[in-house]
Design a protein around this ligand. Structure first.
Ligand code: NAD
Length: 267
């Protein structure tokens, strides 16, 4: 029987994380680095890669490649894909994490339904759903050739459930239709890819519940009351799920959406 430490050992593997410089992205990067894999950090041009790269290489002695790419633009995605393929080091795991999130300051986004714009809808769909499709397709050969090749899509409770608007009353917070629709699409694409790419590549989703980011106190209170585990998430809550899905700890798991939501979806 293999030990748990050998099953979670990702030495010799390479993992691409999109939106890696973001709040969840950097915690996932540290988690994967601790398991020994080298990492490709991809985020928007101008993102602050330097601190994260230094932290990962110094703390864990792993190799780190930083790629600036606006995932909204197909030609930029093509360029990033070509850069990653060029060194021939392959890819063992693709984590589709980048997204227009609820708080993105896009016009016509976090607004009441009648003010949500078609342009914001299209842009969100491009980043949250089309980019994961494009990257998954582009790296299929590399993931097939890799030991333990797998894809992890970061979804959301709002990809499976409608928003409970009572939580938002008297706050300026929003929950755009395009966010839920794009995440719902990502949930279904996870299942579609899982059966399509089997048995070579596993494809799973990690579904976070709301993460505490200093939201208005009335929202936090209501959110806590509605959550069986009685609190919002912290980024650290997702480390176990990412380590499990990315490594051979989950080698017989595909097409699964792992909800890490404090029980939010359990009622
Ligand atoms: N924060 C939450 O409560 C929550 C809840 C459920 C799901 N999620 C999901 O978790 C993931 C990470 O969210 P987060 O809370 O860390 O958000 P975040 O805003 O801190 O990070 C998102 C990252 O994606 C990057 N990104 C956005 N658009 C991009 C583009 N066009 N090209 C390249 N990079 C781009 C951003 O620069 C950022 O670094 C997202 O998929 C989000 O939908 C978050």
């Amino acid at each position: 029987m293999k030990t748990l430490s050998s099953l979670s050992d990702m030495t010799g593997r390479r993992v691409l994380i999109t939106g890696a410089v973001g709040n969840l992205g950097r915690v996932m990067a540290a988690t994967i680095a601790e398991l020994g894999a080298s990492i490709i950090l991809l985020d928007r041009p101008g993102s602050n890669f330097a601190n994260l790269e230094e932290q990962l290489t110094q703390n864990w002695g792993i190799e780190c490649l930083c790629i600036e790419c606006d995932l909204e633009l197909e030609r930029e995605r093509e360029r990033a894909i070509a850069t990653i393929k060029a060194d021939g080091k392959g890819l063992s795991c693709l984590i589709n994490n980048a997204a227009f999130v609820g708080t993105s300051s896009l016009e016509g986004w976090s607004a009441p339904f009648q003010h949500q714009t078609h342009s914001a809808w299209r842009r969100a769909l491009e980043v949250n759903l089309t980019a994961p499709f494009h990257l998954s397709q582009a790296f299929t050969n590399e993931l097939r050739a890799a030991k333990g090749g797998n894809i992890i899509n970061i979804t959301s409770i709002y990809g499976e459930l409608g928003p409970d608007w009572r939580l938002y009353e008297a706050t300026s917070m929003g929950n755009p239709a395009a966010y839920g629709a794009s995440k719902g699409g990502l949930v279904q694409m996870t299942r579609w890819l899982a059966t399509t790419l089997a048995p070579d590549i596993r494809v799973n989703g990690l579904c976070p519940g709301g993460i505490f980011r200093n939201q208005p106190s009335e929202f936090v209170e209501r959110y806590e009351q509605r959550t069986p585990l009685a609190r919002m998430a912290t980024e650290e809550d997702f480390r176990g799920g990412i380590a499990y899905l990315a490594s051979d700890l989950s080698s017989y798991v595909t097409g699964h959406i792992l909800r890490v939501d404090g029980g939010w979806s359990g009622w």
